[in-house]
Design a protein around this ligand. Structure first.
Ligand code: 13P
Ligand code: SF4
Length: 294
């Protein structure tokens, strides 16, 4: 804490990080909140405790800042599923479609997309797009959820998704509800429709946390990375939180340790994010559009 102050460093942590990291972070939140914070901080150096696309988003928004990913091995497998070549070919087949990219995509892919969305802003942004025809990439589960909320749009999906959330089944819901019959089910829209359709609330990591904190209910089944149930249990000691399954652990989000953060602050670890000017200029267009429409 002393070092980061002396060095004018801002530490951003995604809400899937463990408590020891969120306690020393300047800000903790979901992907959208982190992007907004990144564009607002005055600090010259930002350390991202999360996954690579999040650190790249910070760099896109603040090219003049020095941005580090605290643990360079932390990637998001969903972000790597579709590349520029594939989507360019799909765009040729659907020339009249607006390409909406989940923020969990590489910077290279963002250069050919029209607007980014996060799980907390996807419905609002898709509603606000003038074009009726939308090509939504890469997460078909988030895309299906958006399509249900915005039936007036013609949404084309591809077969991508989060390997962690997509693992959760309707059977897991049945088991969890049988064990905790009084609990509300709160899930992330990266889960499959058979799971989201049974939820009492569907939302981003921060949305789930806010819902649980503000609810009069006392018990909740949490259908997203287990860190969220752990943070909620700490913040709301009078309520009970049950992970929907114990399998909901993202190894990439868990790759960063407090020691990684300390070493990055000291300048002996972490990876500085560098992106070429042209790529940044093109990719920033859809990030700016996201902030404008969200
Ligand atoms: P949020 O946008 O809810 O923070 O989700 C990011 C993510 O990677 C979920 O798996
Ligand atoms: Fe990517 Fe899924 Fe991990 Fe989120 S939980 S970072 S979408 S792999």
């Amino acid at each position: 804490m002393r070092l980061k102050k002396e060095k004018d460093i801002c530490i951003l942590a995604h809400s899937y990080q463990t408590r020891d990291i969120t306690e020393i972070a300047d800000f903790t939140g979901d992907s959208f909140q982190l992007s907004v914070k990144a564009s607002q901080t005055d600090a010259k150096t930002v350390i991202m405790c999360g996954v690579r696309f999040m650190a790249e988003t910070v760099k896109l928004l603040s090219p003049e800042k020095t941005v580090y990913l605290a643990n360079p091995i932390a990637g998001c497998p969903m972000a790597e599923q579709m590349d520029k070549e594939l989507i360019s070919a799909v765009k040729e087949q659907y020339p009249d479609y607006t390409v909406v990219a989940y923020i969990n995509t590489t910077t290279a892919l963002k250069t050919i997309c029209d607007v980014c969305v996060t799980s907390s802003s996807a419905v609002k942004i898709v509603k606000n797009i003038e074009n009726k025809n939308i090509l939504f990439i890469p997460d078909c589960n988030l895309g299906s959820y958006v399509a249900k909320q915005v039936p007036e749009k013609n949404i084309k999906l591809l077969n991508g998704g989060c390997p962690i959330h997509a693992r959760v089944t309707a059977k897991d819901v049945e088991t969890a509800k049988a064990l905790h019959p009084n609990a509300l089910l709160l899930v992330h829209p990266e889960c499959v429709p058979a799971v989201t359709s049974q939820a009492d609330y569907v939302g981003s990591t921060s949305g789930i946390m806010e819902f649980a904190k503000n609810s009069d209910h006392k018990e909740f089944i949490i259908g997203t990375e287990t860190a969220i149930a752990a943070h909620l249990a700490f913040e709301c000691p009078d309520k009970r939180f049950y992970p929907l399954t114990k399998e909901l652990i993202c190894p990439n989000m868990k790759a960063t340790t407090l020691i990684d953060v300390y070493n990055t602050v000291c300048g002996t670890a972490g990876e500085e994010i560098t992106l070429d000017e042209e790529t940044m200029k093109k990719a920033r267009v859809c990030i700016d559009k996201m902030i404008e429409l969200g």
